[in-house]
Structures are given as C-alpha cells and as structure tokens.
Write a protein that binds this ligand. Structure first.
Ligand code: ADP
Ligand code: MG
Length: 581
C-alpha cells in the first residue's frame, strides 16, 4: 500500500486544515489504507506496527463522523492504559481543532470523577478511556451509549493482555447494534479474532506488512554479550553512538533497579519504570522523560506499556524480550513516523535461538555487530570533542578570557601548552587513562557463530567520568533543569585504583573515611562484617586512600551494605557509603 496525500482521502476542509497544522505532510500507509475504508462505514480491522500512525488513522474518520450539533457521546475509543487514553485524546483534540462543537473527553481511573461527569454532561462526543473506567461510568449511568455511532478499540491485543476482555465484551454488547466497530492492533491473536467475529459485521481488514512500515527505518542490530559485561558494553555503545535519549528494557524489576544504579554511578542520568513504582511516581517519571528531563529510561515491558514518546534515539533490549510481539512493541518506540531510529539487542549465550525466532516473526534482519573496542569508543569521542571545539572556535561563540590567558602568556607558557593544559583539565587527556582489562572473569562461551568462540576480554572502559562535561557536542538536555550533577573530576581523583571492581561478582563501594582518619583495612572489614553482617569471603580488595576507602564487596550484598552502614557513626565519623564512582 502506497502512501497518499491527505487531500486524496476525501477529508473535510476542517480536517485537512488540522492535519496540515499538526504537520503531517502525507498519510502513512495505514492511514492511506484505513481512512477511506472507515469513512465508507465498514467495520474495519486495522493492523500495523507501533509507530505507524494508527491513532490518526481512526481519529480522523471518527471526527468526521461526529455531529457537532448533537451533544451526546457518539464515538467511544477504548485504550489499554490511561497514558494512551490521554495521548489519543490529545491527538483527537488537535485533529478536531477546526471542527466546530466537537469535544473529546478522556476518561480513566485515578482522574477526578467530577471533571468526567461534567465533561460527559456537557455532551463530549468523543469519549476515550480504559475499559475499566468506561464500564464504571456505564454502571453509574453517567455515560450513555444510545447515540454511539462508532466504537474503536485501540491496541486491542494489549487490552486483551491486560485482562479487559470481559469489559470489552460488555461494552460492545451495550452499544447500539447499528454502530460501526473498528479494531486496531499490532497483532491479531486468536482471542482477538474471536472478538472481531462476534462483534463486527463483514469487517474489512487493512493490514500493512511490516516491511513497508517503520521497521526498515529502524536500524536493528544485536551484540553477543556475556551477562556480566552488559553494563560495560551498554555504556560503550551509548558513548560510541553519542546517544542522549533512549529506553532500555530489562527483564525484571531487579535488573531495572540495578541498571539504573550502574548508569547513575557512571554519570548518566537515568530513571526507571517497573511494577513497584506507584502510579503517581510513574507519571512523574514519564512526564519528565517526555520533556527529556533525563537521558535513559530503564523499564520492564509491562511498566512501559502505553508509554508513547517521540524522538527516542535508541531502544536497547538489555535483556531479550519474551517474543517477537514484545520485540516489535519495544522497538516501535524509536524511528517513529519516518525518522530513523536504532534498536540494539543484547544476546547472552544460548538466547541466540530466541533471537532467531524474533527475526522470523518480524521478518526483518537484525544485524550482528561486534562489540566496539575501547579504542574505537575513545577515538569516536576524541573526534566529537575535536569537532565541537572546532565549531566553537569557528563560530566565535564563546566568552573571552583574555586576562587570564595574557597572564599565562606573560608567565612564559606557550599557547599550545595552555590549550593542552585546559583540555587536560577538562579530562579529555586520553593518555592519562590507562587501558585496563577486566581479567579472567568473562567466561568463555561456546557459540556456533564464527569468530565468537575466542575468550572475550573487554578492556575496562570508564566512560563519562571526567571528560563528560567537556564534550559540548552533546547537548545535555538533562542538565538544563539543574538535574543530577555528574561526578565531576572523579577520573583524576581515583585514576587508580578505579571505581570498578576487578573481580567478578564484586561491586566497589566508596567509604568516606581513609588514611587521614587513621583507618586501617581491619577497621573496614570489622564494620562490614560486624555491622552489615557480611561473611569475610564477601569482602574483597580494600584500597585505603587519604580521604576515602574503596572496598569490594559481593555484588548482591552491596546495596545491603550501603543501607546498613550509610549514616552510622564509626570511629568518630559519620559514615557515607555509596557505589564508587
Ligand atoms: P501507532 O498508534 O501506530 O503506534 P501513533 O499514532 O502513535 O502510532 O503515531 C506515531 C507518531 O507518528 C506520532 O508522533 C504521530 O504524531 C506521528 N504521525 C502519525 N501520522 C503521521 C503522518 N502522517 N505524518 C507524520 N507523522 C505522523
Ligand atoms: Mg497507537
């Protein structure tokens, strides 16, 4: 199915004007195919991938169908989550802006009933909501379906997953039989097919194959990465591709928590969504992420359901998704509406078989990539730094510091020395960073894939410690609102030993006491073993420094140690314990 111009789809002048105002230049394939079918009055099943523009595909005909002079609910749109309901309502509002008298109303759990009653009473013609809350209003009699002309199910497959099937059946049975019924779904599993059969009349199916969709615009690749090297590889890729806005999917809540800690410790701004996050918090996190208040959203599939964000540069599958459908849902969040995006998947060990299933399902190629070496990342970053410095010089877009430079010149320093010293202070002095190697612990895996059977030693790479802020080429939206300060000059202070444990399964903690406080290694072991109750075997290397001590402890106990020891009094000091950065 080819794309069409909106002007070829038989829309009213008001809708054409709105579409132009919203900025859509041409209709996407699903819109080109579905809009005429829905406008003809047929029951319709629309199937296409996430990010292909399904909302407008049903919202436009829905708006056209509404009689602005009739103050009664005429279109009902069911969505799986409140976030989606709100987003669909926003899109409807934009598209209906020139249609006189047409009102939309989102209805969802958690929002004020009062406002919803008022909106319904005022006769909002297009009601958008989750099946649960819609049922609620039907039971109370505050929502009436007698004037309903069209019922739309958006993301029907997701609603099914979320257990809304009975509510959906009830709602559809209550709507007038002569109404038009529209299903939209990324996939049509058997129970949805059953619903379609029971609740539509000779439906027309409009299906857009993935090949013609957004998928080709998403560059999909995978990396074979041992579990324990994932954080490291993730950080390298973020830096290599200079990514500052992405979603990272993990399999479990615990993984999400851990990864956020790791990322923050390494100087990235990250926040999380998972099942244990309260609804309020969830909304705050999502709102902030939409405004680019931080760089990386780490989430589980369920928690990220319905999250709709534009301009995501990358979706990382830090852990493999369950199946092809989840994969499509996840990666559909990047490369939206014609922009290119990137989907990067980590595959550990035998998971390669799962990936093959996913490829079969999506019928798209996921390219195998080699984990970039430390040198490649460094070189890329050096180039970025060079480019931005050059650009700044060429534009003359900087504040002058003639006085201080004159003083240095007068003191006999050459301009090259002064500039080099400045770059060094910024922390971009590559020579100062020894390439370290994570030793033996990366296990040798068997793989049937060429070139991957040799043992992998990932040279240790510490991104973004000192030089993070020195690379002005990365617009750091995250800091615009004074967010999470990055550890500034950690690299110089802790150049050796490094903030990362060199032992498998160990995490490195920093204690705020050291030699200057007359602390001995035995004291540290004592407090960890005595107070945090860790067996001695769970305590590894201890590096005493003047003002702090770096201590390796078993990774799975590290958080408990921090929790137990942080803030307690020890040898006359108030302890501050954190992951070393
Ligand atoms: P889906 O529901 O299929 O996942 P959406 O309806 O959420 O996709 O659309 C994804 C993004 O594409 C949204 O940001 C939307 O504004 C944009 N979009 C939709 N249709 C067009 C179009 N014809 N041209 C440009 N952008 C579009
Ligand atoms: Mg959608």
């Amino acid at each position: 199915m080819q794309k069409k111009l909106f002007s070829e789809l038989g829309l009213s002048p008001e809708l054409l004007k709105a579409v132009a105002k919203v900025g859509f230049e041409e209709a996407s394939p699903i819109q080109s195919a579905a809009i005429p079918v829905i406008m003809s009055g047929s029951d319709t099943v629309g199937q296409s991938q996430t990010g292909s523009g399904k909302t407008a595909a049903f919202a436009i005909p829905a708006i056209e169908r509404v009689d602005g002079d009739l103050r009664a609910t005429q279109v009902l749109i069911l969505c799986p989550t409140r976030e989606l309901a709100v987003q669909v309502a926003e899109e409807v509002a934009k598209l209906a802006m020139f249609k006189r008298g047409v009102r939309e109303l989102p209805i969802y759990g958690g929002a004020s009933y009062e406002r919803q009653f008022r909106g319904l009473h005022a006769g909002a013609q297009i009601v958008i909501g989750t099946p649960g809350r819609i049922m609620d209003h039907l039971d109370r009699g505050t929502l009436k379906l007698d004037q309903i002309r069209m019922v739309i199910l958006d993301e029907a497959d997701r609603m099914l997953d979320m257990g809304f099937v009975d509510d959906i059946k009830k709602i559809l049975s209550m709507a007038p039989p002569e109404r038009q019924t529209i299903f939209f779904s990324a996939t049509v599993p058997a129970p949805i097919a059953q619903l379609i059969k029971s609740f539509t009349k000779s439906p027309v199916t409009v299906k857009i194959q993935s090949e013609t969709l957004t998928v080709p615009l998403i560059e999909q690749s995978y990396y074979e990465v041992d579990r324990r090297a994932k954080v490291e590889v993730l950080c390298r890729l973020i830096d290599l591709y200079d990514i500052s806005y992405g979603i990272i999917f993990c399999a479990t809540k615990m993984m999400v928590d851990e990864l956020v800690d790791h990322l923050v410790a390494r100087g990235y701004s990250a926040d999380k969504l998972h099942g244990d996050i309260t609804q309020n918090m969830r909304e705050r996190v999502m709102g902030k992420f939409r405004k680019r208040g931080f760089e990386f959203l780490v989430a589980t599939d369920v928690a990220a359901r319905g999250l709709d964000v534009d301009d995501i540069e990358v979706v990382f599958n830090y852990d493999l998704p369950h199946d092809g459908e989840d994969y499509v849902h996840r990666i559909g969040r990047t490369g939206r509406a014609g922009r290119t995006g990137r989907a990067i998947t980590f595959v550990a060990g035998r998971e390669i078989y799962k990936l093959q299933n996913i490829q079969r399902f999506t019928q798209s190629r996921i390219r195998r990539e080699k984990v970039p070496s430390l040198e490649e990342v460094e070189e890329k970053r050096a180039n970025l730094f060079f480019d931005s410095l050059k650009e700044t010089l060429e534009k003359g877009d900087f504040k002058r510091h003639d006085v201080i430079i004159d003083r240095l010149l007068e003191a006999g320093h050459s301009p090259t020395d002064i500039a080099s010293a400045l770059i060094h202070l910024l922390g971009d002095d590559k020579a100062a960073r020894p390439a370290q190697v994570i030793p033996e612990e990366l296990p040798q895996r068997e793989s049937r894939y060429a070139g991957s059977s040799e043992p992998r030693n990932y040279p240790k790479y510490e991104p973004r410690s000192g030089d993070r802020d020195a690379a002005p080429s990365r617009p750091r939206a995250a800091r615009a609102d004074g967010d999470a300060p990055r550890p500034a000059s950690t690299e110089r202070r802790f150049a050796d030993p490094s903030p990362k444990s060199h032992e498998a399964g160990m995490a490195r903690l920093a204690f705020n006491i050291g030699r200057d406080q007359n602390i001995q290694p035995g004291d540290i072991v004592g407090v960890i073993a005595g107070v945090a109750k860790l067996p001695k075997e769970s305590i590894g290397a201890i590096h005493l420094q003047p003002q702090q001590t770096l201590v390796d402890v078993a990774e799975d106990q590290a958080k408990a140690v921090i929790k137990k020891l942080n803030g307690i009094k020890f040898k006359g000091n108030k302890l501050a314990v954190s992951f070393a950065v």
